[in-house]
Design a protein around this ligand. Structure first.
Ligand SMILES: [Zn+2]
Length: 324
């Protein structure tokens, strides 16, 4: 039997599971179970463990077939200590030594990783970053998550507070961010903030826009509505889309000045726009970039989809526990 690592992607809605062989090929489909959010800490931990046992059983794996287990979770967390520090959307999960609890229950060496880093690692191993040594991923969803892979290693920083590119400041004195800073990238470039910033203009001004009808009909608008309106010629939608692309381009320039990676990969809901997103980013990026020298600019859309977290968690387990 081929050796495998188990990956667990623990989220606020679902817990997902996968098993990867040593070449990072998944054995079968990703499994998922709902997160029993309302039932509290012990029930959540029991569910995480039970789902992993189910996966192991369904694949007919013996203990000696499994090299290790990787757990991806929202942060803040400590990778080195294997502890969840606090989960803003999941009450009761403060200071939980999840790595050791899950590892002990499964009888396996375990590793904990931030979910955005795990997803970036999946793209690095098998997706849009495959073949690179240095890759940065921005996940444009509810917030802006990020992962930095440098020479094949996930960057955490000395205090495990690094690689938080959603909170680089792109607008001094700009919009207040939930982190306490002002003008964070996340406040302009997440799918949620694009929709929110556009909604605010609709509600606070009398600007003409076809989005008013969408807002009246659905009571909310999302990034896809804004892109559709833009494509149909709506001026406000175009302006907001451009603003989002501009700030992302600022982020890209800064990432290249800082790290000069092989590639930046975009993931998350907003990245579903594909070329509609990368084209204006590249345009602004060229305007903002060095004129002193020709520089490489590589931008790609993620390809691993919703299973990236579980696959990346298993990949991290391989990186940590692979026998010498
Ligand atoms: Zn912030």
């Amino acid at each position: 039997m081929a050796k495998v690592c188990i990956g667990i992607d623990f989220g606020g809605t679902f817990i997902k599971y996968t098993a990867l062989d040593e070449n990072y090929q998944p054995l079968g489909k990703t499994h998922q179970v709902p997160t029993p959010l309302a039932e509290g800490r012990d029930a959540i931990l029991q569910q995480i463990i039970a789902g992993a046992k189910q996966l192991i059983e369904s694949l007919g794996l013996a203990r000696e077939d499994i090299v290790g287990v990787g757990i991806g979770s929202p942060g803040p967390l400590s990778v080195s200590r294997g502890i969840l520090l606090a989960l803003p959307n999941i009450p009761g999960m403060e200071n939980v030594p999840i790595r050791d609890i899950v590892g002990k229950a499964l009888g396996l060496p375990a590793t904990l990783e931030n979910d955005a880093n795990a997803a970036a690692y999946a793209e690095f191993l098998c997706g849009a970053g495959k073949g690179t040594d240095d890759m940065v991923m921005l996940t444009l969803g509810t917030g802006v998550g990020s992962g930095i892979i440098h020479k094949g290693e996930i960057i955490h920083g000395v205090h495990e507070m690094g690689a938080e590119l959603g909170h680089v400041i792109v607008q001094p004195g700009g919009r207040a961010c939930s982190c306490g800073q002002h003008g964070c990238l996340e406040e302009y470039c997440s799918a949620t903030s694009l929709a929110r910033n556009t909604t605010e203009i609709l509600q606070e001004t009398d600007r003409q826009s076809s989005l008013r009808e969408v807002l009246a009909e659905k009571d909310q608008i999302d990034a896809r509505d804004i892109n559709e309106a833009r494509r149909a010629g709506d001026e406000l939608a175009a302006e907001m889309w451009e603003q989002c692309a501009y700030y992302l381009a600022l982020g890209c320039v800064n990432i290249y000045r800082f790290l000069d990676p092989d590639r930046i990969v975009l993931a998350g809901g907003l990245s579903n726009a594909g070329d509609d997103l990368t084209e204006p980013i590249m345009r602004h990026w060229k305007e903002l970039d060095w004129t002193l020298l020709q520089t490489q600019k590589s931008l790609a859309i993620a390809t691993m989809g919703a299973d990236a977290g579980a696959i990346g968690a298993a990949g991290v387990a391989w990186q940590t526990h692979r026998p010498a």
